[in-house]
Design a protein around this ligand. Structure first.
Ligand SMILES: [Zn+2]
Length: 420
């Protein structure tokens, strides 16, 4: 496949540039990038004139089956929302509902430019089935916790083991994490078991971490320690994907710097549940990796990573008055290459580079009324972060396979999914 005449977003020595380039994809891999590549007879050609060609967006924290809760339970704090609203209903969800809700989310991701998602849920075989059918890239798990007793906890551990052991080894698009729900919902027993599983299968840990103020006290009551020290006690030496990280203190930062970890920042979910604002400017200054997530639609509203980028950039101005803070270039890296690093996949995805897999999105920037928000387009990077949304994406490619072209989703029967 040849993608020609595009304005290609490239990462060069910490900088982000947009260059007119052609890209050749051979199978799943980006084989060549040059100013001009001649067409090879018979190859698929995508003309990206008046389009931006950029790495697919990477959603590093979501619960994709939660599309079923979109627009519900307005105005709750995190603890009320989870314990009184979400958990009682989740107990009643069926496998079929999780499959259908996942399909809605996959449509949402493909059509808004997300090419990889890090999921955190249950009935995960149904989630995997939907992802495999749609040829999406994803990191999945079966969430572990024991705040409702040992029997339920053991069942979850068995389901995780069964999920992992039954993986399709030929499918390189789906990888796994071990996912204790949070340090306030998991005793030392489950955290130790999580460590054991992560070491046994060589997997990262994906855990909710310091999302809200109440969590600091809950962790102290359960573990008699700070969240960062609990991470160090149970997960030292493992790769950690920490969802949220809103309430990280300066002391916590020092501990986190000694661990192999990064933050999946979910600004929209944090604002909707009144959790305040993670200081991502400071985390990046302290060399802690920060990537972006949407969280589930129950709290994050939708899976449009362009919205996540915009809000992530803007809200730093809400906590840094007249100070240096993250830029649009930082934000676009948070949505792509930082996400790949956080998921441990940066040797494969996250940037448009020779040798990486072709996870690429193509965004229309032609002069037309629908693009009035980006006119005049003097700074493409700024416009991507602050003035575009997922509907601007016209083509989505995962591992060299075109999942959507000219806004037609090719891998899913859209009408059928919407009807279900
Ligand atoms: Zn979450």
């Amino acid at each position: 496949m040849l993608i020609k005449n595009g304005n290609v977003v490239i990462f060069e020595n910490d900088d982000v540039k947009v260059k007119k380039l052609d890209i050749r994809v051979n199978g799943s891999i980006i084989e060549k990038i040059d100013e001009k590549l001649d067409e090879i007879k018979g190859e698929k050609v995508i003309d990206a004139t008046d389009k931006v060609v950029m790495p697919g967006l990477i959603n590093t924290h979501a619960h994709i089956a939660m599309s079923i809760f979109r627009g519900t339970f307005e105005g709750c704090d995190l603890y009320t929302w989870l314990s009184e609203k979400i958990w009682p209903i989740e107990d009643k969800l069926t496998e079929e509902e999780v499959y259908n809700a996942t399909m809605v989310s996959i449509l949402e991701m493909i059509s808004t430019g997300t090419t990889c998602v890090n999921d955190h849920y249950f009935f995960s075989k149904q989630i995997r089935k939907a992802l495999e059918e749609s040829k999406m890239r994803a990191v999945i798990t079966r969430v572990l916790m024991d705040n409702d007793g040992e029997e339920a906890s053991d069942k979850r551990i068995n389901e995780f083991v069964e999920l992992y052991e039954s993986r399709n080894k030929a499918n390189n698009l789906i990888t796994y994490t071990v996912a204790p729900h949070g340090l306030y919902t998991c005793s030392g027993k489950v955290l130790s078991k999580s460590r054991e599983l992560a070491l046994k299968y060589n997997l990262p840990i994906h855990v909710h971490f310091l999302e809200s103020i109440n969590e600091i006290q809950s962790i102290k009551e359960l573990h008699n320690n700070t969240g960062a020290n609990v991470l160090k006690k149970y997960f030292n030496g493992l790769h950690l994907i920490l969802a949220h990280g809103v309430k990280i203190s300066d002391d916590d930062i020092e501990v986190l710097k000694s661990l192999d970890c990064g933050i999946a920042h979910c600004p929209i979910s944090n604002l909707r549940l009144g959790c305040k604002i993670a200081d991502t400017t400071k985390y990046l200054e302290e060399s802690i990796n920060v990537a972006l997530g949407t969280d589930g639609q129950g709290s994050g509203n939708n899976l449009d990573m362009f919205e996540a980028m915009k809000i992530a950039g803007l809200i730093q101005g809400g906590i840094h008055e007249n100070e240096k803070r993250i830029t649009a270039k930082d934000v676009i890296k948070m949505g792509t290459i930082n996400g790949a690093r956080l998921l441990g996949l940066d040797d494969k995805i996250g940037s448009i580079e020779v040798g990486k897999e072709a996870d690429i999105i193509i965004v229309d920037i032609s002069k037309k009324l629908d693009n009035i928000k980006i006119t005049p387009n003097v700074d493409i990077i700024s416009n991507i972060v602050y003035n575009m949304d997922g509907r601007s994406v016209d083509t989505t490619i995962v591992s060299g396979e075109i999942l959507m072209e000219n806004r037609n989703v090719k891998v899913i029967d859209t009408k059928k999914v919407l009807k279900k």
